[in-house]
Design a protein around this ligand. Sequence first.
Ligand code: FCB
Length: 424
Amino acid sequence: MPTDKIQNLNFSSYQNNKFLWGVATSAFQLEGSPYADWSTWDSVLSLNPKITNHYELYQRDIRLIKELGVNAYRFSIEWSRVQPSERYWNKEALKHYHKIIDLLIENNIIPMLTIHHFTHPTWFITKYPWHKKEAVKRFTEYVDRLTDHIRGVDYWITFNEPYLLILGGYIEGCIPPGVKDLNLAIQALENLLLCHSITYRMLHIKNKNIKVGIAHNMAAFSPWIRFNPIDRLLCRIAKNFYNHSLIEGFLTGKIKISIPFRKAFELDVPIKNTLDFFGVNYYTRVHMRFNPFKRLFIEFRHKDIDGYGLTDMGWEIYPKGLKKVLKYASKLNVPIIITENGIATKDDNKKIKFIKTHIDVLESAIKEGINVRGYFYWSLIDNYEWLHGLDARFGLYRVDFKTYRRIPTKAASFYSYIIKSRKF
Ligand code: FCB
């Protein structure tokens, strides 16, 4: 089916136009994997290799999802468990993930499956890192296997936060593969987006009725000093790059990246018409300032300006920013799903306030006509947070990482209540 026809399928009639109220997780963050690049990257994981032990306790966790009363669950399959070495496909692992899908469906919970959520099999990232052309072949081979086996999933996300992956993995070097090279970063981004587009088409060939999207991390940006022209300029550059350039890529097939004092890049990316919905991950606002002593002369920080406070990870709580990014994302003219929004805090009341204020903003955005069709709280249970270990408590359920006990926070019952009382 030509992609323009796929785009025109009536999304609203799909799932009876049910607004998706969900919770989100990723496999690695819940269960780790001995075969994943990240396992040796962070020493915290050697002490807690099973993290929440979700791999064994998935039934219990699906019961928690059910108890919340949500109708959707976003999760991922850990590639390194399915393909632990280049030539070995672990059918048992695939079966395991299928049990999760079947159980969700049995409980009337719509599965939303993320194919790639930051982690890779170690063999892949060492032999075929994203900047190499072969990465595309290896990744799409995996997708082919996956889609041959998986049935009953109507919502697919190709990549979680491709820009964060590139920024962290290829510019800052703080996540695997730990490269710091702008040119390789650009090549990696090109390959990744090519994979998105191939995956989009592969999924639709196998099942034309499914919905395929991507999850893009978007932030609000402000100048550090309101009237400082350089801070304002940096803020504009950051917004254009971090939030907008991918969206422009989906609209035009071109991504333009300008970096202060460096040559500008223009990439041809075959991603036009490859979205059935757009996933927005929104958490915070970032304040930008010029600092001659920093890399690329840019410094960014969080600060609590509006009195909503900072999270345990130091991120500014800024509900209004959600509307700003949704407005921009609506340019794409496809349904938007908030695929992640959440707070790391040990304070239940703060978590409740975060959820309420963000859902209030979501409601007002919908009233203004922005086509948002789902909201997924990050996260169901506390889990491993990439650069912060086990201390960033995002969960609606608290996890005791020694006993693997799940303990409901007050925010769990609040979330259940709020999703029942809002009708979108
Ligand atoms: C997002 C990631 C997700 C989680 C949250 C807190 O950027 O997609 O895995 O770590 O941040």
